[in-house]
Design a protein around this ligand. Structure first.
Ligand SMILES: Cc1cc2nc3c(=O)[nH]c(=O)nc-3n(C[C@H](O)[C@H](O)[C@H](O)COP(=O)(O)OP(=O)(O)OC[C@H]3O[C@@H](n4cnc5c(N)ncnc54)[C@H](O)[C@@H]3O)c2cc1C
Ligand code: SF4
Length: 351
């Protein structure tokens, strides 16, 4: 028998917004999340403040969590991982493991919102010594320290005097096969540079970039204030190696504007790691027979005119499961997926 329930897989920003939208239109939704709590990567990685307005991530994500918790029409299943599926549009039987037990969820349509993972800087870009030097950290590590209000050198607990960001780590890199731009890291680095200048005002902050890619209003909201108000130094340059000298790090590379080699001492180096598909995204794509692009993100079928439909009728994908996305992209695609999932359900289960 056809089901009038829509299954949303993944309780990050995208999944929460899709579930909220479906329920607010009066349809039933089951939201499954494999972690014991909602919030997705911003919660798991303890983001401090969000671009562009430095709003507390905990507060913003908390609002999204409240909108789907104890709400009519929302069946929330935490600690639940999707492991299999049979059936087709109107009548999917989805298998999941909930707190160690196998369960079956009936769904007329499915929205995949299984998100991304951060690039592991130790994987193929060993030149930066992430796993060798305590003071080489990632955007995610920096975010945790900023959230705790304690931005210090991990090696000795002292306040840094010189900090730099290295952009495009794991993105725009043909050698490792990630040619794409991860879209959010230029904005997030600039946001963190502002926060570092706020919490350690006498610290000099540098951003080594290939191109600065600020999208839309982030240019005015983050990039110019970072330079003009917070005196962050943007240097067009390529860092090729990080070595340790005494208790400092030396960043070696080339200043491409001045066309000369550079060797600059730093106390902390922050690697702007990019986005890759999460394991959950790759597994769930295989479970539903969804096509993946060469990077492992789910391929949607309609190009720019339909960013959420997949080749499988009744199965939609949104947010970072389909490629690098910021929260604005996630929320927009979640709304589009909710609308299309409802439309497919109505066609499969006539009122
Ligand atoms: C360092 C960093 C900082 C960032 N800061 C900002 C910012 O300030 N502003 C901004 O706009 N964007 C920011 N972003 C981007 C933002 O994190 C993403 O746009 C957003 O988290 C993507 O949301 P999502 O719900 O699609 O995926 P995710 O947040 O990754 O959530 C996916 C969820 O799916 C769950 N899941 C996976 N597999 C399964 C399964 N099989 N069954 C059940 N559940 C499953 C996961 O546990 C997870 O909870 C940042 C990104 C990085 C790298
Ligand atoms: S957003 Fe910036 S740092 Fe991130 S991949 Fe694109 S250009 Fe590189």
């Amino acid at each position: 028998m056809a089901s009038d329930n829509i299954l949303v897989i993944g309780g990050g920003p995208t999944g929460m917004e899709a579930a909220r939208g479906i329920a607010s239109l009066g349809y039933k939704v089951t939201l499954v999340e494999k972690r014991p709590r909602l919030g997705g990567t911003p919660d798991a990685s303890q983001y401090a403040a969000l671009t562009p307005d430095l709003r507390s991530a905990e507060e913003a994500i908390g609002e999204m969590v409240d909108a789907v918790t104890n709400k009519p029409n929302v069946n929330l299943m935490l600690d639940t991982t999707v492991v299999g599926s049979s059936g087709s549009v109107g009548n999917f039987k989805v298998k999941a493991i909930q707190s160690g037990k196998e369960i079956t969820i009936d769904a007329g349509a499915v929205i995949v919102c299984t998100g991304f993972t951060h690039f592991d800087p130790g994987r193929e870009t060993q030149k930066y010594g992430y796993y060798e030097h305590d003071d080489v950290i990632t955007l995610v590590d920096a975010e945790k320290m900023l959230k705790a209000g304690n931005f210090v050198r991990p090696s000795n607990g002292e306040k840094p005097k010189r900090v730099c960001f290295i952009q495009c780590v794991g993105s725009r890199d043909r050698q490792i096969g990630n040619e794409y731009c991860s879209k959010v890291c230029c904005g997030i680095s600039s946001k963190q540079a502002i926060e570092i200048r706020q919490v350690v005002p006498d610290c000099k902050v540098f951003i080594f970039y290939i191109d600065m890619r600020m999208y839309g209003y982030w240019e005015n909201e983050i990039y110019w204030p970072a330079q003009e108000k917070y005196k962050v130094n943007y240097v067009k340059g390529i860092a090729t190696e990080i070595v340790k000298k005494g208790d400092q790090l030396i960043v070696k590379g080339e200043d491409t504007t001045l066309r000369r080699p550079m060797e600059v001492p730093m106390d902390i180096v922050i690697l702007a790691v990019g986005m890759e598909p999460s394991e959950g995204t790759k597994k769930v794509a295989d479970i539903f027979g969804l096509k993946k692009n060469k990077y492992g993100f789910i391929e949607t079928t309609g190009g720019p005119l339909n960013t959420v439909s997949t080749e499988v009728p009744g199965v939609f994908a949104a947010g970072a499961s389909t490629g690098p996305s910021d929260l604005e992209d996630c929320v927009s695609s979640a709304g589009a997926a909710a609308m299309k999932a409802i439309a497919s359900l109505r066609a499969a289960v006539p009122a």
